[in-house]
Design a protein around this ligand. Structure first.
Ligand SMILES: [Zn+2]
Length: 252
C-alpha cells in the first residue's frame, strides 16, 4: 500500500525552493532509498531486508562471495526478482521532466534498483552500482542482465570466470569516476535537491555540503529531519512522490 503524500509544513518553503529551481542552470539531484520506497522497493535493511535470517552485512561482502558465491547470488537473485516488479513512481518521472528543462542536470543515486534509468533519466551516476550489472571477477568485463530470475546461479562469464553483482559491497571503495563526476557537478550546481536519504553514509552529506560551500541552494525532501537538515536552505517534509512533482511543476 502506498502512503499518502504529505504536504510541506510551510507552503512558503516550497515557494522559496521553486523560485531558486526556476532560475537554476545547473542542478544536482541526490537520491536514496526514500525515493524508491513508494515504488515498493524494500530497503533490504532492518527487518524487511532479512532473508533466511542473514543480515545484509553477512552477505554483501567480498569475503562472503569468496566463501559461498551461490548463497550470495541466491540473495541477489531474490532482490532482483523483487525489484523487477517495481515501477518508477511520480518522483522519478518528475525528475525526467526537470532534466528536460534544466540545461545541465545530474542525478546521483545511492540506489541499486535502476529506477531512474527505467523512468528515462539520461545522466545518472549510480554510486553503489546496480543490481542489473554483472562483473567478471577474472576478466573484469561488465554486462547488463535484466533477466530475473537468472538462469544459472552463480552466473558465469564467457571467459569461464565467476560473475559477481556489480554493486559496491561493505568494505569496498566507491567508484572513483562516479565520485569525481558527482563532486564536479556539486561544484557547478546552483541548486542541490536531496531526496529520501538519511545523509549518514558518505558522500550523501558531503556532496550537498561541497555544493553549499560554493554557494548552492540546498533543498531537502524527506519525511523526517536528517543529518543534512541543519545545512539545508529548505527542508520539505513529506514523501518523494508527493513533493518532487510539486517542486518540479512549480518551477516549470
Ligand atoms: Zn570474464
Amino acid at each position: 500500500m502506498m502512503p499518502a503524500p504529505l504536504l510541506p509544513s510551510d507552503p512558503s518553503d516550497l515557494a522559496r525552493a521553486v523560485a531558486r529551481l526556476r532560475e537554476a542552470m545547473h542542478v544536482l539531484v541526490l537520491t536514496g532509498a526514500g525515493i524508491s520506497a513508494e515504488s515498493g522497493v524494500p530497503t533490504f535493511r532492518g527487518p524487511e531486508g532479512l532473508w533466511r535470517d542473514f543480515r545484509p552485512e553477512d552477505l554483501a561482502t567480498a569475503e562472503a562471495f569468496e566463501r559461498d558465491p551461490r548463497l550470495v547470488w541466491e540473495w541477489y537473485d531474490w532482490r532482483r526478482q523483487s525489484v523487477a516488479e517495481a515501477r518508477p513512481n511520480a518522483a522519478h518521472v518528475a525528475l525526467v521532466r526537470l532534466e528536460n528543462r534544466v540545461p545541465e542536470m545530474l542525478v546521483v543515486t545511492q540506489n541499486v534498483d535502476g529506477l531512474h534509468g527505467a523512468a528515462g533519466t539520461r545522466r545518472v551516476v549510480e554510486l553503489h552500482g546496480s543490481l542489473w550489472r554483472l562483473r567478471c571477477v577474472d576478466c573484469r568485463q561488465e554486462q547488463d542482465d535484466r533477466r530475473a530470475p537468472l538462469p544459472e546461479l552463480p552466473p558465469r562469464c564467457a571467459c569461464g570466470g565467476l560473475l559477481r553483482p556489480g554493486v559496491v559491497w561493505f568494505g569496498e571503495a566507491l567508484p572513483q569516476q562516479a565520485l569525481f563526476e558527482s563532486f564536479t557537478a556539486a561544484q557547478r550546481a546552483e541548486v542541490v535537491i536531496v531526496v529520501g536519504t538519511s545523509s549518514v553514509v558518505y558522500p550523501s552529506a558531503a556532496l550537498p555540503q561541497a555544493a553549499k560551500s560554493v554557494g548552492a541552494f540546498v533543498i531537502e525532501i524527506n519525511p523526517e529531519a536528517t543529518n543534512l537538515t541543519p545545512i539545508a536552505d529548505v527542508s520539505l517534509r513529506g514523501t518523494a512522490a508527493g513533493l518532487v512533482p510539486a517542486l518540479v511543476e512549480g518551477a516549470a
